[in-house]
Design a binder for this molecule. Structure first.
Ligand SMILES: Nc1ncnc2c1ncn2[C@@H]1O[C@H](COP(=O)(O)OP(=O)(O)O)[C@@H](O)[C@H]1O
Ligand SMILES: [Mg+2]
Length: 251
């Protein structure tokens, strides 16, 4: 009988890459159970496999061995269209370099996940509700005045907040964030950190974030370290500091 408070579970994940004749074994038996509403930070050295792990958890890539379960359902072997649906509706992503579409305004970028969800006809019916929601998020993340700007006209902090609005547009249950403050100045990093914590608290949004940022990692309910292909809990603040230093640069 599955435990209903577990939103995401990874069981014995393995992943290797081939470079020429060499095989790089990146994940070697990762286990993870994430409860609904948890805020989890994953730390680890550059190249230790953190992005690889997030990609597997978010069904952007498939493990060589092991399983990923989301909301009581095994998801790593779903069909491509079922995975698309899962990623569009249940899982939001944010990345270090935002990945906004440069030719669209912020408002259009934020509307995109809602548009993708719909046929032409259902978009016609739902477009005003989608616009209302997009404006709500833009407001909430302090971007109302920037809604008609294109990404290249914005600061890094604004772009990351726009990426957050887009990720949250379809009300996902899980947010996966890969070094969300990795490219931001200190003040923007602090703003994004506060927003992530607030989203987790007020919306009970489950968040798994990879970070080198001490302040962000300290906000987490649990900090896990990825090293030598395995995830282990970090309990001592001393260990957190050491893990982040070996992981590389801040903010
Ligand atoms: N698509 C890929 N093809 C080949 N090697 C890859 C690929 N993605 C990642 N790697 C390698 O896997 C290792 C882990 O990468 P990554 O998950 O990006 O680490 P991290 O996010 O912790 O810096 C690195 O050695 C990287 O070069
Ligand atoms: Mg990475």
């Amino acid at each position: 009988m599955p435990n209903s408070s577990i939103l995401l579970e990874a069981r014995d994940l393995h992943k290797s890459y081939h470079k020429g004749r060499h095989e790089i074994s990146v994940l070697r038996g990762v286990d993870l159970r994430v409860e609904e509403g948890e805020l989890i930070a994953i730390v680890g050295a550059s190249g230790s496999g953190k992005s690889t792990l997030l990609h597997l958890l978010g069904t952007l890539d498939v493990p060589d061995r092991g399983e990923v379960w989301f909301a009581g359902r095994r998801v790593d072997r779903l069909s491509a269209s079922e995975k698309d649906r899962l990623r569009n509706c249940e899982i939001g992503f944010i990345f270090q370099f935002y990945h906004l579409l440069p030719e669209l305004t912020l408002l259009e970028n934020v509307l995109m996940p809602a548009m993708i969800q719909c046929s032409l006809w259902s978009w016609w019916l739902r477009r005003w509700e989608a616009h209302r929601r997009a404006w709500e998020w833009l407001d909430r993340l302090g971007l109302r005045k920037r809604a008609r700007s294109r990404p290249q006209e914005l600061s890094g902090g604004e772009m990351q907040r726009a990426a957050m609005a887009r990720a949250l547009m379809n009300r996902p249950r899980l947010l996966l964030a890969d070094e969300p403050t990795g490219n931001l100045d200190l003040q923007s990093a602090q703003e994004v950190t506060a927003l992530l914590r607030d989203l987790n608290r007020t919306h009970k949004l489950t968040i798994i974030m990879v970070t080198h940022n001490w302040e962000l990692a300290q906000q987490a309910d649990r900090v896990l370290r990825l090293a030598e292909g395995k995830l282990t809990p970090l309990t001592e603040p001393r260990n957190l500091s050491a893990a982040l230093t070996c992981g590389g640069a801040s903010p």
